[in-house]
Design a protein around this ligand. Structure first.
Ligand SMILES: [Zn+2]
Length: 315
C-alpha cells in the first residue's frame, strides 16, 4: 500500500526533517568488487567532467547555481557509485540485473542514473551519509510522475525510486582539498592523479534507507509535498530549486523489492516484486512456510533432479 507521506515540520521559511533513519553501512560486499566499481565510477566521472568527454550540463535542471568541473565530477562519481551499490545489492539477493552503464552519453541522459531489472525501472538517487531526504526537482517531473528530461528518449516512468547514502561526503572531501570550487584555469595538470588519491583512495561505504513507488511520487506531486527554492533546510542548507521530498524514515525498506509482506492478505504490489534466482540451479526462489517460520526455497524442490536450496528470511 502507498504510504501516507509524512510532512516536514515547517516554520516560516524553515523546513525540518522529522522522520530519520540512521546510516548503517551495507556489509555484504566483496572488497574486490567494491574496488573495481570504484575505479569504473572514477573513470566515468573523470571523463564526464575534467576530460570533457561527453556533454554535461553545468547547472542542475531547476537550479541557478553554476557547477564547476569539481562539482560535476563528484556529483557524477557519487551518482554512479549509488547505481553500482544498488546493482550489487540486487546481485547479492540473487536478483538478475545488468551492470550499470559507464559509457559516456550526451547531454542530460547520463545523470538520470537508472537501472533496468526484470522489465522494471529504477531511478537511483544518492545523498550524503547524514542525509534523510529523497529530493526530486519539481521541474523534472510531469503531473503524472514522468521524468521530463528523458521524454524524447529513455526511461520516463520509474517503478521504484531508490535512495542510496554514501560515506564519506564527497563534496566535503573535494572542498577540503580545494578542488570543489576551482576555476577551469586553476586545474593542475596532475588533477587525475590527485583525484585518484584523494577521492578514489578513500574507503567508500553506503546504505539504503529505502525506496518509493511510482504511485507515491504521483501522490507527492498531487499533494504538493515540496520544499520551495530558497527555503532553509534543517537550518543549514538553502534550497536552490523546488523539490518534492520523501523522508528516509518514511520510505519502504529495500526487502520489499523482492519480498511481499507476509502478513498482508491482499498484495496489490505483487506484480512489482522482483524474482530471485536459485544460486544452486537457476530456478526461481519462492517463499515457503515451514513448521515454524518462512524461508526461501527453490522451485525445483519438487522437481527432478530435486534442488534443496534453502535460505532463511533476512534483509
Ligand atoms: Zn535450485
Amino acid at each position: 500500500m502507498d504510504r501516507q507521506i509524512e510532512r516536514l515540520r515547517i516554520e516560516e521559511d524553515n523546513y525540518y526533517v522529522q522522520d530519520v533513519r540512521r546510516f548503517e553501512a551495507y556489509k555484504d560486499m566483496i572488497q574486490e568488487e567494491v574496488q573495481e566499481d570504484k575505479r569504473e565510477c572514477f573513470e566515468f566521472a573523470y571523463n564526464m567532467s575534467y576530460a570533457k568527454i561527453g556533454a554535461h550540463r553545468d547547472s542542475r535542471s531547476g537550479g541557478t547555481i553554476h557547477r564547476t568541473l569539481g562539482q560535476i565530477f563528484i556529483n557524477t562519481f557519487q551518482g554512479k557509485m549509488a547505481e553500482f551499490a544498488l546493482y550489487r545489492y540486487l546481485k547479492n539477493h540473487q536478483i538478475d540485473v545488468k551492470k550499470p552503464d559507464v559509457t559516456e552519453y550526451g547531454l542530460g541522459k547520463w545523470d538520470s542514473f537508472d537501472l533496468e531489472c526484470q522489465g522494471k525501472y529504477f531511478a537511483v538517487k544518492s545523498t550524503k551519509f547524514y542525509g534523510n531526504l529523497l529530493l526530486l526537482e519539481t521541474k523534472d517531473w510531469s503531473d503524472n510522475g514522468e521524468y521530463v528530461p528523458n521524454s524524447s528518449s529513455g526511461t520516463v516512468k520509474y517503478d521504484y525510486i531508490v535512495l542510496v547514502r554514501l560515506k564519506p561526503d564527497g563534496e566535503e572531501l573535494m572542498r577540503q582539498n580545494r578542488l570543489l570550487y576551482q576555476r577551469e584555469d586553476e586545474v593542475p595538470d596532475d588533477i587525475k592523479e590527485l583525484l585518484m588519491e584523494k577521492i578514489c583512495g578513500e574507503e567508500w561505504s553506503y546504505d539504503f534507507p529505502g525506496f518509493i513507488y511510482h504511485s507515491e511520487l504521483v501522490k507527492a506531486i498531487e499533494e504538493r509535498c515540496v520544499i520551495p527554492q530558497n527555503a532553509m533546510l534543517n537550518g543549514k542548507t538553502k534550497m536552490d530549486a523546488d523539490n518534492y521530498y520523501f523522508q528516509a524514515g518514511n520510505m519502504h525498506p529495500m526487502r520489499e523489492i523482492y519480498i511481499r509482506n507476509i502478513n498482508e492478505k491482499i498484495d496489490e504490489r505483487a506484480s512489482l516484486r522482483l524474482k530471485r534466482k536459485c544460486p544452486n540451479c537457476g530456478k526461481t526462489l519462492v517463499l515457503r512456510h515451514g513448521p515454524y517460520s518462512w524461508f526461501w526455497g527453490c522451485e525445483g524442490y519438487f522437481g527432478r533432479p530435486r534442488c534443496e536450496y534453502k535460505e532463511t528470511l533476512r534483509d
